[in-house]
Design a protein around this ligand. Structure first.
Ligand SMILES: CCCCCCCC(=O)SCCNC(=O)CCNC(=O)[C@H](O)C(C)(C)COP(=O)(O)OP(=O)(O)OC[C@H]1O[C@@H](n2cnc3c(N)ncnc32)[C@H](O)[C@@H]1OP(=O)(O)O
Length: 374
């Protein structure tokens, strides 16, 4: 029998610190009230807009998010700062993002029953890297003692699925024996905790996946990769203008447009049908009916988006068993969300069960993998 591409292990690293909606809203509202008091005259004369108050009930109702993990909680809720404090590290120390990546990668290797010697390609794939070079992937490669090569790639919310497609292609082509795809999503430095409409959306986490050939697989919970599909379509509705060019344009590097910002309603309206059509056409191209799907490991941006996407395809709401939700605990973790759902909800499937991992978000970018339990 010919060999296939398999996902043989997944690892999840969760930060120890978390912030509940109530804590977050209490800090934001204290900051907003302080801002409004300090700027009372300008607000009363109409020169400045008052900062509106946030609400924990609103957040849970519109997003399904109850809490989020954060790499460093210190400073984030302090109304004189409103951003995390991360200690600066020397060139000789492991970088913050590599530390997260190594923890998730180590867990993935263990789950796959593999060691560093079985891997020859490391992809660090996420929404942001904390520096441009040397690549975080090469730092991780060195720390784990992997021979071969590594590189970073950025595709916002679809970084994990796009990275997995690159890995699957390398295994299929025979150019790699084992690939680690790692998603250290350190989102908190880019969250605008002073923006009522987006302060609640993101959390920090790291996930990692081992991709190899069925010929070398020694895992009890492996999945054949039946197909991969990636699509992008340019949109400004989710954007961050943060970048190395800012130094030369003399703009304020801390201004709101340099942080995550979005037109959430438009994203919701435009991305849901795109993601539903993407999943349907991907399944069709493999002769698989939507009704045959045992599990949907969907991107975790908003519970209502996930319900809408499954409803469009199933004609009813997917159950939590069919389409597990992790964003109540983790919030939106950019590309890692669908992989967290996979990490927490795959061991109960039986041989032959089919599931789909699907990401959707900034770019716009949509990526999917059809998996079958071995
Ligand atoms: C930092 C890391 C970045 C990672 C890379 C990027 C990865 C991604 O692509 S992730 C982003 C993907 N984006 C999405 O999936 C967004 C999809 N959209 C959504 O989830 C929703 O639109 C959501 C939750 C943002 C807002 O929900 P929605 O129902 O559309 O509310 P919205 O229209 O904004 O506001 C409704 C009302 O509540 C108010 N409101 C907004 N925020 C709040 C709040 N926190 N508290 C109270 N009221 C609020 C609004 O002002 C509005 O009032 P009005 O009706 O008077 O204008």
């Amino acid at each position: 029998m010919s060999s296939s591409v398999v996902i043989s292990g997944v690892g999840l690293w969760t930060p120890t610190h978390s912030i509940s909606n109530e804590e977050l809203v209490s800090s934001y509202n204290a900051w907003a009230e302080h801002f409004n008091l300090e700027n009372q005259t300008a607000i009363e004369s109409g020169d400045l807009e008052a900062k509106p108050l946030s609400s924990a009930d609103f957040i849970e109702k519109v997003s399904g998010i109850k809490s989020r993990y954060i790499y460093s909680k210190e400073g984030t809720l302090d109304i004189s700062r409103m951003r995390p404090i991360l200690e600066a590290r020397s060139d000789e120390q492991v970088s913050h993002q590599a530390e997260m990546a190594i923890a998730a990668a180590t867990a993935a290797l263990k789950a796959a029953n593999k060691t560093a010697a079985d891997i020859d390609m490391v992809i660090v794939s996420c929404a942001y890297t904390q520096r441009s070079y040397p690549a975080i992937a090469i730092e991780v490669q060195a720390a784990l003692g992997i021979q071969g090569f590594g590189f970073d790639m950025l595709v916002a919310c679809s970084a994990a699925t796009f990275g997995l497609e690159r890995a699957a292609d390398a295994i299929k082509a025979g150019s790699s024996k084992g690939v680690l795809v790692i998603n250290p999503e350190l989102t908190s430095p880019q969250v605008n905790y002073m923006d009522r409409d987006s302060h609640f959306i993101f959390g920090d986490v790291a996930t990692a996946v081992v991709v190899e050939s069925s010929a070398t697989c020694q895992s009890a919970h492996a999945f054949d990769v039946l197909g991969t599909k990636s699509v992008t379509s340019y949109s400004n509705n989710i954007r961050s203008n943060f970048g190395y060019v800012t130094r030369t344009t003399d703009e304020d590097p801390y201004s709101a447009d340099k942080l995550f910002h979005q037109n959430g309603r438009k994203v919701f309206k435009e991305v849901c049908p795109m993601a539903a059509e993407h999943i349907e056409s991907h399944l069709q191209s493999h002769g698989i009916q939507v009704s045959e799907l045992k599990r949907w490991w969907l991107h975790q941006a908003n519970i209502n988006m996930n319900l809408l996407i499954s409803r469009r395809l199933l004609g009813r709401d997917a159950t939590l068993e069919e389409a597990p939700i992790v964003l109540d605990e983790y919030a939106n973790t950019a590309s890692a969300g669908s992989i967290i759902a996979f990490a927490k909800h795959h061991e109960d499937l039986t041989a032959g069960d089919i599931g789909v991992i699907c990401s959707f978000g900034a770019g716009y970018s949509i990526g999917s993998l059809i998996l079958r339990k071995r």
